[in-house]
Design a protein around this ligand. Structure first.
Ligand code: NDP
Length: 468
């Protein structure tokens, strides 16, 4: 319990709105320091990542890769019998696992004496939080808003209500025979890989020239080629013009180029929007940008002194580990007398496409904007596993080096376990590794990752933005 200079007593030292990765971490760590903490979540504890994001997605990615393993096994002498796939079993098993994780999140909170509310909470003032289920207002000295976001439902599109977003894709009653997914970012690309791997006739529809904008161009092109080899259709430079109900439960998707696709499901993966509507931000005077994301300073503090915002609702980098890191920095700054600004530099990331992408640092395009002279080391090869499996699949490794300092400024991998590699590449890049450091590191043999430390000669240079 804290006292203000005005003699006021608050119900809580800290109240957190939103029980996702960032909110739960901030609540748990603060309560562990002996502070009185409350948290409210209107849906399920664990938030987007655990309930309808990273965790179920990765489980579905695993599910979608088995059929290739069955095929690849033949080259290794195996005869695999008749196989079949049960979508409802996958959905039920996924549900059991996320329920288990949800329980752990809750237990972690309760075990640290956080008061856990299962309700929507809204701001009613700078220190006041209204709890809907109890229709009462509590007060807190500090407040964190960590309400995250939701998938863009593409409301401007005629017939958008016939489409689904990722939230629903996890729990479809039955696996569709065909789907068209709009967008070509993380979610579109990952779900396309999942549905294709589960045998669904899958199409990506993208407004731009190439999938995964912002990623290194070589990765984008190779993943495009790998997806097409697996039967995923990729339509670029087009968007939906309208969606209509067709017979037999199908949807008729009209494309801007005039084509019409008749499919079982239409999915939108067009980015996410902040869950800040009706949150009472205006009653507390919390500022947002024009898209509704909460504005924060480098310590995650909003324009209101006692209110912070963490994670996706601030639209800094929409990734779970980033939200958790921001929460840890908040606790350190506010309760441990050790000011910590979240470090958003050199964040490694994976796209769990199939094959997957792991990347850290700058793409060649972005590096060329920043550095006058680059040396690029690149290897494109058939992963060893596919020598005997006979699968036509390539792997790509790419290091981008600032020629002046020899520092590796970007490291990109496409292929099996690329996400795992990205984690360790990130440590090296964070430490400022040079290409010479990579060269003097002994290879792990035989592995794919050894390519990263054995690309002795550069493939080409980039000078003044042009490959030479
Ligand atoms: P992304 O921002 O990754 O991708 C959005 C896609 O939709 C882009 O291809 C974008 O095109 C396109 N788009 C946006 N608006 C429109 C529009 N009006 N009309 C047509 N196309 C449009 O968002 P996602 O929804 O895929 O994912 C949301 C966030 O979740 C990601 O940014 C990421 O931070 C996080 N995430 C992370 C994952 C991971 O770490 N593996 C997995 C899943 C999600 P353009 O590129 O041209 O702008």
């Amino acid at each position: 319990m804290d006292f203000t200079g005005l003699g006021m007593v608050y119900d809580y030292d800290l109240f957190v709105i939103g029980g996702g990765s960032g909110g739960v971490r901030a609540a748990r760590r603060t309560a562990a320091l002996g502070k009185k903490v409350g948290i409210a979540e209107e849906s399920r504890y664990g938030g987007t990542c655990v309930i309808r994001g990273c965790v179920p997605k990765k489980l579905y990615v695993y599910a979608s890769t088995f059929h290739e393993s069955f095929e690849d096994a033949a080259g290794y002498g195996w005869t695999v019998g008749k196989t079949s796939f049960d979508w409802s079993k996958l959905v039920a098993n996924k549900e059991a696992e996320i329920t288990r994780l949800e329980g752990l999140y809750r237990k972690g909170l309760e075990g640290n004496n956080v008061e856990v509310f299962d309700t929507r909470a809204e701001l009613r003032g700078t220190h006041d939080i209204w709890l809907r289920s109890e229709d009462r207002t509590v007060t807190a000295e500090r407040i964190i808003i960590a309400v995250g976001g939701y998938p863009n439902p593409h409301e401007a599109l005629e017939g958008h209500e016939l489409g689904i977003v990722s939230d629903q894709a996890f729990d479809l009653e039955q696996l569709p025979e065909s789907i068209v997914i709009a967008g070509a970012g993380y979610i579109a690309v990952e779900f396309a890989g999942i549905f294709n791997g589960l045998g669904v006739d899958t199409t990506i529809l993208y407004r731009g020239p190439e999938i995964l904008s912002g990623f290194d161009d070589d990765l984008r092109e190779l993943l495009h080629a790998e997806y097409e080899k697996r039967g995923i259709k990729i339509i670029t430079h087009q968007v939906f013009s309208k969606i209509e109900q067709a017979s037999g439960g199908k949807k008729r998707a009209h494309l801007s180029g005039g084509d019409v696709l008749e499919v079982d499901e239409v999915m939108f993966a067009l980015g996410r929007l902040p869950s800040t509507g009706s949150l009472g931000l205006e009653l507390a005077g919390v500022e947002t940008d024009d898209r509704g994301y909460i504005r924060v300073n480098e310590y995650s503090r909003t324009n209101v002194d006692n209110i912070w915002a963490l994670g996706d609702v601030t639209d800094r980098v929409q990734l779970t580990p980033v939200a958790i890191h921001e929460a840890m920095c908040f606790v350190s700054t506010e309760y441990l007398n050790d000011p910590q600004r979240p470090d958003h530099d050199l964040i490694a990331t994976a796209v769990f496409s199939h094959p997957e992408i792991g990347t850290v640092g700058l793409s060649e395009h972005d590096a060329a904007q920043k550095y006058g002279h680059l040396k690029v080391y690149s290897a494109n090869f058939k992963p060893m596993k596919h020598t005997l499996s006979g699968r036509d699949s390539r792997m790509l490794m790419k290091l981008i080096v600032d020629a002046e300092t020899d520092r590796v400024v970007g490291a990109h991998v496409l292929g099996p376990d690329a996400g795992e590699m990205a984690q360790l590449m990130a440590v090296s890049l964070k430490m400022g590794a040079t290409k010479a450091d990579f060269d003097r590191t002994m290879a792990v043999h035989p592995s794919a990752a050894e390519e990263l430390v054995t690309m002795y000669d550069h493939s080409y240079e980039v000078k003044g933005g042009t490959r030479v």
